[in-house]
Design a protein around this ligand. Structure first.
Ligand SMILES: [Ca+2]
Ligand SMILES: [Ca+2]
Ligand SMILES: [Ca+2]
Length: 440
């Protein structure tokens, strides 16, 4: 007997086949959608990865760019007339390929605007060498807090029996200003103000009140903390404007004084007879030492000093001659001197921490600097400022300079989409051709 498949059975089998085919289609569709989804996510990830690499490399190229800008600065002094300061066209949204970068300074300025350029670290106070007295003169700083910082810093100086270790240029107990957060009982608000990421910019979280950290006053102005005025990196070479090692007036012999400084023998004689000097300004103000042997006496054969005019008195350098040679002389053989403050670039608050600098003198310094043709070429140029006498310059002379070697770079790289950004903060030492990355 032939088995006849009944109609309902056939229908059921066809239905099963259709359901199976539908399932396969649905599965394939799910697979296809899934695959396309994966590809899209992959593309998004890949694009975002490419954008962030691009932004990062744009920020990185900004560091190389900063180096090249500094290499082009051949002025013998460093001032705000230089190519590295406040040039929107050179530092803001600089296009490279399909992205760009921007460089800005973190130094506080009177107009609270963003200065596009590099930051001169010699405009700041070097926390590794500053005194408590000087530090206490910063805005909102109490003597107790200043002393707490100095006590903490000095506790970090390693005890050593090696005299070389104790040279001032080797005393670098603090390697980044952020370490000041560890000073006991020092308020973070005093240190950072509203600029908790220390980039010198008013970020959105720094201007939204207590909505996000930090708490701020929402006044659209960046209230800066103490760290805006501090550095640990600044130093100057003990060289003149031509790159020659300065002449040490405490040790140089007569021939060197006469030849290198182009002074006459009587002045060289005075310099040698009135040693030692605590600062170069002593040449103008030091009480003369009465020579033990009258100049008319016969010179000893072992004395290398040339005999000037027989019987003539050694002659003190004049103020004009002093201004002429001030950049060429020093009181130490050290090749570098840490922490000197550049009077061409220091902001008002920093100038006011220097001994003998009154608000009137600080204003006069800043007014002089506003002339685009002017910069202080040596510390002796301060004598041209009203009310600055040699006596007032004396306690200042070993603390200031007119040149800078260390620059901080805040660089933001931007990818083609302009939304993907990368931030790098670095310290450039243009003498040693070195970069220290603080934020990478
Ligand atoms: Ca900020
Ligand atoms: Ca906030
Ligand atoms: Ca504010």
């Amino acid at each position: 007997m032939t088995t006849i498949t009944t109609k309902p059975n056939r229908i059921r089998q066809r239905a099963i086949v259709i359901v199976m085919v539908l399932w396969i289609i649905v599965l394939l569709a799910i697979l296809a959608v899934g695959l396309s989804q994966l590809t899209r996510i992959d593309n998004v990830i890949r694009k975002s990865h490419t954008d962030s690499i691009s932004a990062h490399w744009h920020a990185k190229s900004a560091i190389a760019y900063a180096f090249s800008i500094l290499a082009q600065d051949t002025n013998p002094t460093d001032s705000y007339n230089d190519n590295w300061h406040d040039k929107d066209q050179d530092f803001k949204n600089v296009k490279i390929g399909d992205g760009s970068f921007t460089l800005w300074s973190d130094l506080p300025n009177s107009s609270d605007t963003i200065i596009f350029g590099l930051t001169d670290e010699s405009a700041k106070i070097n926390i590794n060498v500053v005194t408590a007295q000087q530090l206490s003169l910063l805005p909102d700083m109490s003597e107790i807090e200043a002393q707490a910082i100095i006590t903490w810093r000095d506790s970090l100086i390693p005890v050593s029996t090696d005299d070389n270790e104790k040279k001032p240029e080797n005393l670098q107990p603090i390697s980044t200003i952020r370490q000041l957060q560890w000073v006991p009982q020092l308020d973070n608000e005093l240190l950072f103000g509203e600029d908790t990421n220390l980039n010198g910019l008013l970020d959105s979280n720094e201007n939204d009140g207590d909505q996000t950290k930090p708490d701020d006053n929402k006044d659209s102005i960046l209230q800066r903390g103490l760290l805006a005025y501090l550095t640990v990196h600044s130093y100057d070479l003990n060289q003149d404007s031509k790159g020659n090692q300065r002449i040490n007036i405490n040790t140089a012999d007569a021939d060197i004084l006469i030849d290198a400084l182009q002074i006459d023998a009587m002045v060289a004689d005075w310099i040698m007879q009135n040693r030692p000097y605590e600062s170069i300004i002593d040449l103008l103000i030091k009480k003369e030492v009465t020579p033990e042997i009258p100049p008319a006496a016969a010179p000893s054969s072992s004395d290398p000093a040339p005999d000037p005019i027989p019987g003539a008195k050694p002659q003190r350098i004049t103020r004009e001659q002093f201004i002429e040679i001030a950049d060429k002389i020093t009181i130490t053989d050290s090749e570098t001197i840490p922490g000197l403050i550049n009077i061409n670039t220091a902001p008002l608050a920093v100038l006011l921490t220097l001994p003998e600098i009154t608000p009137a003198i600080a204003d006069a310094i800043i007014t002089a600097r506003q002339n685009p043709e002017f910069s202080f070429t040596s510390i002796a140029d301060l004598l041209e400022i009203d009310n600055v006498t040699p006596e007032k310059l004396a306690p200042l002379a070993n603390l200031i300079t007119t040149r800078s070697n260390i620059f901080k770079v805040h660089a933001q790289g931007s990818a083609k989409d302009k939304a993907t950004l990368s931030y790098i903060e670095a310290i450039i030492d243009r003498q040693k051709n070195q970069t220290l990355y603080l934020n990478w």
